[in-house]
Write a protein that binds this ligand. Structure first.
Ligand SMILES: Nc1ncnc2c1ncn2[C@@H]1O[C@H](COP(=O)(O)OP(=O)(O)O)[C@@H](O)[C@H]1O
Ligand code: SF4
Ligand SMILES: [Mg+2]
Length: 369
């Protein structure tokens, strides 16, 4: 069966090894980015959206690193590569970045240089990846600026970024993202810093560009309303993992995870009368240092099952129509308990074996002295 996904992320874990302890920023991220479609990723602040996105391009800085999992990219030439196994500074990932996967951020100045003109910096990327001459690259930059509907594109090409308005900078960054015709554009809250009107204009632009370029878009936001406008599929993140993924229609109309249901109830535009108080999700997102055992959402969940949700880690369950959910309401609890107890026993046994081996090495070391 042909794989219709451009990117398949499986049980990805990205941890930060700090002096204070290990921050499990991404902890078992599983998601699928369909070819030529937009996947929205939504979650509260601190749920691991940005670290997850940066992991997909091997852009996590020390003390962070990918510790487990896979990121399979189906390439245009028919081959497949596991990005998680590539050297973050090696030539293979550098060839993918910008060319096959590009990223745009909330703050354009983090990816645009203040000391080069818009034309020079976008052009340089095209020269580098596509081997264009300066003149060819300049033509392509002008075409891109027109595609992102940059006002006065012919003048902007020779401007510096500080001379542009917020909305124009965002357009320049999008043009830079699109420069090498990537198969995947990752947009990390690209409109959050803009005023509401500019936000709507930029979202509309991204939607139209996705259609005309035919690329996949992974659109990250903390706002479910934006997902409804832009995405075909949605992945809901909580504390470093995806708790529910499916088509926007299915997830919005038949949410299966209590966290998704809480998120949907907390936004005003989806069928709530104005006067009714919005239901905020109770409690705070726990810091990744203090992740609760069992289901990470159990201390906030309205459907918490004592003795179950605080003891068992919800496995990924596949529902109908390509939907996935991580909630024990959808699992066979006895089966999960038996499996996890077996696994814990095997881990205890392995640890005991290792400790015994170390003791025996220590003893031999002592004897040889
Ligand atoms: N450089 C870092 N060192 C330690 N922890 C980090 C670092 N970067 C991010 N984190 C932690 O990882 C978690 C996820 O962060 P992030 O991906 O930025 O969340 P989001 O984008 O969903 O708001 C947060 O708890 C954050 O504090
Ligand atoms: S596993 Fe339990 S605590 Fe977690 S979301 Fe489901 S019902 Fe709530
Ligand atoms: Mg973020």
């Amino acid at each position: 069966m042909p794989d219709n996904n451009l990117l398949t992320v499986d049980e990805l874990k990205t941890y930060f090894f700090t002096d204070e302890g290990v921050v499990k920023a991404v902890d078992g991220l599983t998601l699928e980015v369909p070819r030529g479609r937009t996947l929205g990723v939504v979650g509260e602040s601190g749920s691991g959206k940005s670290v997850g996105a940066r992991s997909l391009m091997q852009l996590v800085d020390p003390p962070g690193r990918i510790v487990e999992g896979s990121i399979m990219l189906n390439r245009a030439d028919g081959s497949t590569v596991d990005i998680s196994s590539l050297d973050p500074r090696g030539p293979a990932i550098r060839a993918i970045r910008g060319d096959e996967i590009a990223m745009i951020f909330q703050e354009p100045m983090s990816s645009l240089s203040p000391v080069h003109t818009v034309g020079d910096q976008i052009g340089e990327m095209i020269e580098l990846h596509w081997g264009y001459t300066k003149a060819q690259a300049r033509d392509r930059v002008l075409e891109l600026l027109q595609q992102v509907e940059m006002p006065k594109a012919r003048g902007v090409i020779d401007s510096y970024t500080f001379e542009l308005s917020g909305g124009m900078r965002q357009r320049a960054m999008i043009a830079m993202g699109l420069a090498c015709d990537p198969s995947l554009l990752i947009a990390d809250e690209p409109t959050t810093a803009l005023d509401v009107t500019t936000q709507a204009v930029i979202l509309d632009l991204i939607r139209r560009l996705q259609e005309s370029f035919g690329m996949s878009v992974l659109f990250i936001t903390h706002a479910l309303g934006v997902i409804a406008e832009l995405a075909d599929h949605v992945a809901v993140m909580y504390l470093g993992s995806v708790v529910e993924q499916g088509s926007v229609m299915d997830v919005f109309h038949r949410p299966q995870h209590p966290y998704t249901r809480s998120l949907l109830r907390s936004i005003p535009s989806l069928g709530l009368e104005k006067k009714r108080r919005l239901e905020a999700i109770r409690g705070m997102v726990p810091h990744p240092f203090n992740r609760p055992g069992g289901c990470p959402f159990h201390n906030r969940c309205p459907e918490f099952m004592p003795g179950v949700c605080d003891q068992l880690v919800p496995p990924l369950e596949h529902l109908d129509a390509g939907r996935t959910v991580r909630c024990l309401l959808h699992s066979d609890v006895d089966e999960v308990r038996a499996r996890q107890e077996e696994q814990a026993a095997a881990e205890r046994e392995a640890a005991a074996g290792e400790a015994a081996a170390q003791r025996s090495v220590g003893k031999r070391g002592g004897e040889s002295r």
